[in-house]
Design a protein around this ligand. Structure first.
Ligand SMILES: NC(=O)c1ccc[n+]([C@@H]2O[C@H](COP(=O)([O-])OP(=O)(O)OC[C@H]3O[C@@H](n4cnc5c(N)ncnc54)[C@H](O)[C@@H]3O)[C@@H](O)[C@H]2O)c1
Length: 218
């Protein structure tokens, strides 16, 4: 299993209070990573962390809004305080209104960009100093087929997910000096894996997604 060997590592997953983020948190914890469950919904984050602890894993629930720099810095600081290091960042949190270009309000546009795009940059900016100091790390972004297809009813979300792909392209240069360089140093899950995620989500089962991340080289 590609996820073997995570014993002693620490992963931060945003939006892990439910859905794909929660499934990812469980899978990483099962591979013996310590997991920081970051979510704007604290009770959902605590629920995920308690469920991981109930199966013998180690998890920390952190309430944070990915669109706020102070929250992101605080989430990373809390993770380092609890577990001593950050090896993996998975930017998963998202939010989207089903609105076309004429219906989308300015506030909705700003909120989608803050959660789906700016948040990934803020988290990368907060973890990269720790990863660069350690000489290793992995950052994974969950994008979507919306990055490639301009679905009319998702104007802001389409745009944010496309931006996320390019954020990957621009940030990964910071990781070229890692002592253990890897093609997976800055991953962006799009669009094939995201399509599969969509299928497993509509079946109310995260099993398919769990099987995808099980094959990933975190
Ligand atoms: N489910 C799908 O069909 C599908 C398809 C393609 C891509 N994706 C992508 O996969 C990822 C997960 O999707 P999902 O369906 O599990 O999402 P979801 O809506 O079920 O869960 C999103 C999580 O993010 C949290 N969140 C929202 N705003 C936040 C904020 N400001 N700060 C911190 N946390 C916040 C929510 O509380 C929630 O726990 C997203 O990036 C999504 O765009 C999903």
């Amino acid at each position: 299993m590609a996820l073997d060997g995570l014993d002693g590592t620490t992963a931060i997953i945003t939006g892990a209070g439910r859905g794909i983020g929660r499934a990812t948190a469980h899978r990483l914890a099962a591979a013996e990573a310590r997991v920081a469950v970051v979510d704007v919904d604290l009770s959902a984050a605590e629920d995920t962390a308690h469920a991981i602890a109930a199966t013998g894993g180690r998890a920390l629930a952190v309430r944070a809004d990915v669109g706020r720099a102070a929250d992101m810095e605080g989430a990373v600081a809390a993770t380092v305080k609890a577990f001593g290091r950050v090896d993996i960042l998975h930017n998963n949190a998202a939010w989207y209104p089903v609105k076309d270009a004429l219906e989308t309000t300015e506030d909705e546009w700003d909120r989608v960009m803050a959660i789906c795009l700016k948040g990934a940059w803020l988290m990368a900016r907060a973890v990269l100093p720790h990863m660069l100091h350690a000489g290793r790390g992995r950052i994974v972004n969950t994008s979507s087929v919306h990055a490639l297809v301009g679905f009319p009813a998702h104007t802001a979300y389409n745009t944010a997910k496309a931006g996320l792909v390019h954020l990957r392209n621009t940030v990964r240069g910071h990781m070229r000096h890692f002592r253990t360089p890897s093609r997976s140093s800055k991953r962006c899950l799009t669009p094939i894996t995201a399509l599969t995620a969509s299928r497993c989500s509509t079946r109310a089962s995260n099993a398919a997604w769990t099987s995808i991340i099980a094959k990933m080289n975190y």
